[in-house]
Write a protein that binds this ligand. Structure first.
Ligand code: HPA
Ligand code: ZN
Length: 339
């Protein structure tokens, strides 16, 4: 990897489609919010916080991830979290971000839905005005809780429908198939939301979950979904439906033993709309451009493939045709201006 390719990847206009706002909580902001809200933390330094980042699978990651969120209390806290992320993303060439948030991780500990959405939405508005970056919010249901609780959360979100572009599904996938939430996603579709869901890496039923997401839920996109490479029929189905996969190479290397670069590169070669994203960048130490660079290094990708990944990120985004064409033209100009 030459520095040139890394600089090229950073400046390349791109969309980020798989980032959990709660996963962008850097230790420094965690300390600031804890002080502001009078919360005592067991860790006293950034190094001590990072010492707790020992993950070997999705479950061990989630055990560190959820407790950290208790520092988020006021709308201003949610605002600061999202605005800090959008500032970093902007510096990484991100022109458009579709960002997950987990309302149940907050309402479940007594923070009002309105507080969460007010804070996040105000950051979206400010980032558009001050940074020129466009952003959308995707409400994720926690799949290790009941379908009834997810439905109640969807009902709570309806008054804020104009601030939320779609719904997703995250948290612990084991024993929590897409089908469990069929009614919730059908209702969300009926209310005008776009649909995505996590099909995490190397889960016990990865292929069956991908099949359910595509054939039963009829999602518009899949988050991760890399195991699809094991099933030719599903690869062809996803291609024929124009389904994008929001892949996260560095995240993969934390929750499995590898980045899955060979699988991602095979899917790219087969013409699937593979995109590259950060997932939980504060925990995995890599923002959007770092993920492009890491994948390029591990899969031996060149400029042409990085450009395809960036184009795919806008093709898989929930954008109007006019805005998609505008972003593709930006990529074209960026490449043409390269010395
Ligand atoms: N998978 C499931 N749940 C999550 C993730 C993920 O990648 N990141 C944050 N919550
Ligand atoms: Zn994720």
């Amino acid at each position: 990897m030459t520095t040139d390719l890394a600089a090229f990847a950073r400046g390349l206009p791109k969309a980020e489609l798989h980032v959990h706002l709660e996963g962008t909580l850097e230790p420094e902001l965690k300390f600031q919010l804890a002080a502001r809200n009078g919360i005592a933390l067991p860790e006293k330094t950034v190094a001590e916080v990072k010492q707790t980042y020992k993950f070997h699978d999705l479950t061990s990651f989630l055990q560190v991830y959820y407790p950290a969120m208790r520092v988020l209390q006021q709308a201003q806290d949610f605002h600061d979290l999202a605005f800090d992320y959008l500032t970093r993303a902007h510096a990484d060439g991100v022109r458009h971000a579709e960002m997950f948030f987990d309302p149940q991780a907050h309402t479940g500990r007594g923070v009002a839905f309105d507080t969460v959405i007010t804070g996040y939405h105000s950051a979206v508005v400010r980032a558009r005005r001050e940074l020129g970056i466009s952003a959308e919010l995707i409400l994720c249901f926690l799949r290790d809780h009941s379908a009834e609780y997810a439905m109640a959360t969807l009902m709570e979100a309806l008054p804020y429908r104009d601030r939320i572009i779609g719904v997703g599904l995250d948290s612990d996938e084991r024993g929590n198939p897409p089908r469990k939430f069929a009614d919730v996603f059908a209702r969300a579709r009926g209310e005008g939301f776009l649909l995505t869901m996590h099909c995490d890496i190397d889960q016990p039923d990865s292929i069956e979950h991908i099949r359910q997401a595509l054939e039963e839920i009829e999602v518009d996109r899949i988050d991760h979904g890399t195991n699809i490479v094991e099933d030719d029929r599903l690869v062809e189905l996803a291609k024929s439906k124009g389904i994008g996969l929001t892949c996260c190479p560095v995240s993969n290397s934390f929750v499995t033993e590898q980045m899955k670069s060979a699988e991602l590169s095979a899917l790219l070669d087969r013409g699937l709309t593979v995109t590259v994203n950060s997932d939980d960048p504060a925990y995995f130490g890599a923002y959007a451009a770092d993920n492009y660079v890491a994948l390029a290094r591990h899969a031996g990708l060149g400029i042409e493939q990085l450009v395809t990944l960036a184009e795919n990120s806008f093709r898989a985004a929930w954008l109007s045709k006019a805005r998609l064409d505008g972003f593709l033209a930006e990529i074209h100009d960026y490449v043409a201006a390269r010395p």
